[in-house]
Design a protein around this ligand. Structure first.
Ligand code: NAP
Length: 326
């Protein structure tokens, strides 16, 4: 879809469905980032109800994680749930987390859902603009750190593991003026380029799509099926920085419930075995924005990939990204 009226139309007319009751995830290990609240929490709850054997909820505040775990155990008491610490605004945290993931016997499904919508220019602890740090750099580095475990599991089971990155339909709606800069990510760190309201947030959701599409070309789909998903416009804490009441009116008029948004995440993660490199919206594979598909978009995709690896090489020398260097 992509256009604003198309967006409203499918928010009104489409109702996301949960996984089929018969879907069994017995024996599977599932990892969800940002699982303590919002869409991630509801997705964790839904997956647990399908008898996941080991559910790892990676959260930046383990107390909040433990509260979420208790809530899920009330409905799915037999599931083993582990709360692991992970802060996308700390490379040390991501590296420690990545090393821990490597010790897992198996990792079948990983849902990279953690994210935020910061509507005013701020910098994260690591110095980058906050949306860029959390939504793009954090997500991208975590994706690289967990790949070995996903690939190892696929070799052992003979079935591809699954990796889903949560994006947004908003990736269609941005001017992305920074795309012509000599260094796009450096430009996005500059306060003057922040733009209005949700522009920067949506641009980082575009970066999720570009990163995932490029990463998908570098891994074997027989080992890891990687896709991105739009959860739809849903009630959640994501909108907490909105200063006007308009968002409340929009949510009231056509927002989906947090559970409905989570159904889109679980569907992208568990179903659609042929969706490697694809973008899902309304629980089906659809084309991403015209920009992503354009010649310019393809060039920018590679540029973002290289710039991101350069950031990691410079700022996170401990990160294991060697196999992806040109
Ligand atoms: N809701 C929507 O309408 C909508 C639409 C399109 C896309 N999305 C995407 O859906 C995903 C989930 O968002 P949501 O709507 O569920 O929002 P949410 O309720 O605010 O949940 C966001 C999650 O991300 C975590 N997080 C934030 N910063 C983090 C960091 N530095 N390190 C680790 N985790 C961090 C949060 O942890 P804390 O609780 O500790 O803050 C929380 O668990 C996001 O990627 C968002 O962009 C949402």
């Amino acid at each position: 879809m992509g256009g604003f009226f198309g967006f409203i139309w499918h928010q009104w007319t489409f109702t996301p469905k949960p996984l089929a009751a018969s879907k069994s995830l017995e024996g599977k290990t599932v990892l969800i980032t940002g699982g303590n609240i919002g869409l991630g929490f509801e997705a964790a709850k839904e997956l647990a109800s399908h008898r996941v054997s080991n559910l790892i909820m990676a959260v930046r505040d383990t107390k909040k994680g433990e509260t979420a775990k208790e809530a899920i155990l009330k409905e799915s008491p037999d599931v083993k749930i582990e709360i692991w610490e992970l802060d996308y605004d700390s490379y040390d945290s991501i590296i420690v987390f990545g090393e821990r993931v490597k010790t897992l016997e198996r990792l079948d499904y990983a849902l990279l859902n953690a994210g935020l919508k910061q509507m005013q220019y701020t910098t994260a602890k690591l110095g980058h603009e906050t949306n860029v740090q959390i939504n793009h750099l954090g997500t991208s580095l975590v994706s690289l750190q967990i790949l070995p475990a996903l690939e190892k599991t696929a070799k052992a089971t003979g079935k591809p593991s699954r990796l889903t990155i949560v994006s947004s339909e908003g990736h269609f709606w941005i001017p992305f003026n920074e795309r012509t800069a000599p260094n796009i990510l450096a430009k996005m760190d500059e306060k003057e380029t922040f733009g209005k309201q949700m522009n920067r947030y949506y641009t980082t959701k575009l970066l999720n799509v570009l990163w995932a599409r490029e990463l998908a070309t570098k891994i074997k789909k027989e080992e890891v099926v990687l896709n991105t998903v739009n959860p739809g416009f849903c009630y959640s804490g994501l909108h907490r920085h909105e200063k006007t009441g308009i968002i409340k009116i929009f949510l009231w008029a056509f927002g989906w419930t947090t559970q409905q948004g989570a159904h889109c995440l679980t569907d992208a993660l568990v179903e659609h075995e042929d969706s490697h490199g694809e973008y899902l919206s309304e629980q089906k594979v659809v084309p991403p924005s015209n920009f992503v598909l354009s010649d310019e978009g393809q060039k920018v995709q590679k540029k973002i990939w290289n710039e991101t690896l350069d950031v990691f090489k410079k700022e996170v020398p401990k990160a294991d990204i060697r196999s992806f260097e040109a």
